[in-house]
Each structure stands twice: as structure tokens, then as C-alpha cells.
Design a protein around this ligand. Structure first.
Ligand code: DGP
Length: 116
């Protein structure tokens, strides 16, 4: 099921262009349109759900899969030894701007902590 008007559903359904780097039955991964690091990929479930705040016990498997795909993308981009960051923003104060669960994979430059 897709939420009408959801840009990430449209990308997953190939109704909107994106630089897709990985896809399978459950998830799609594509490069962020506004990259914050040399590697900046978003991993999303194909099925719409409105961010981690909306996740339920039944979503545990797909959320775990998103993390494993994020890890695999980091390996493919040569970041396994250098280091990388996996981020989920939730809510306004964290800067969440698209209400469809997405896992950021960031790397390829030193990443400071704490985040801004
Ligand atoms: P967040 O701030 O955590 O909700 O991250 C949303 C990210 O989505 C942000 O880094 C920019 C990215 N984004 C928004 N619209 C598009 C789009 O149409 N295509 C792609 N590839 N990325 C997008």
C-alpha cells in the first residue's frame, strides 16, 4: 500500500526518478538528493509507514532488514573499515522532513559528534 502523495512511495514505485543503489522485495535504497557526505543513501521500506514513531512489533523484521541493507551499502561504498553513520531522524526537532520511514547511511568524510 502506498500513501498518495508520499514522495518516497513514488520513488519506490518508480513513479519518480532516483539514483537507486539497491532494491529487493522489502526495501529500496537510493542516493539522497541533498547529500551531506560523499556517501548519503536512504534505505526505505517499500510499504509506507510514517516513520519510526509509527513502527509496531509487526514491523520489526523490515526495520531490521533496513539496517542490514544500510550496513551492506556501507560495505559496498568502501566504508566498512573507515567508518560510517546510520541515522533515523524522528520528529521536528530531529529534522525529519519526509514522513515515510528512512534510514540514512552517511560516510566518506569525518563525521563529528554530537551531531548539530
Ligand atoms: P529527513 O530530514 O531525515 O526526513 O531526511 C529526508 C531526506 O530525504 C533529506 O536528506 C533529503 C531527501 N530527499 C527529499 N526529497 C527527495 C527526493 O525527491 N529524492 C531523493 N533522492 N532524496 C530526497
Amino acid at each position: 500500500m502506498s500513501a498518495s502523495g508520499c514522495i518516497f512511495c513514488r520513488i519506490a514505485n518508480k513513479e519518480m526518478d532516483a539514483d537507486i543503489v539497491y532494491e529487493d522485495e522489502e526495501v529500496v535504497a537510493f542516493r539522497d538528493i541533498n547529500p551531506q557526505a560523499p556517501t548519503h543513501v536512504l534505505v526505505i521500506p517499500r510499504k509506507h509507514f510514517a516513520g519510526i514513531k509509527a513502527a509496531e512489533a509487526k514491523d520489526e523484521a523490515v526495520m531490521g532488514h533496513c539496517l542490514m541493507v544500510a550496513r551492506e551499502i556501507a560495505v559496498r561504498d568502501g566504508l566498512a573499515e573507515r567508518g560510517y553513520r546510520i541515522v533515523i531522524n524522528s520528529g521536528a526537532e530531529a529534522g525529519e522532513s519526509v514522513p515515510h520511514l528512512h534510514v540514512h547511511v552517511l560516510g566518506g568524510r569525518p563525521l563529528s559528534w554530537p551531531p548539530g
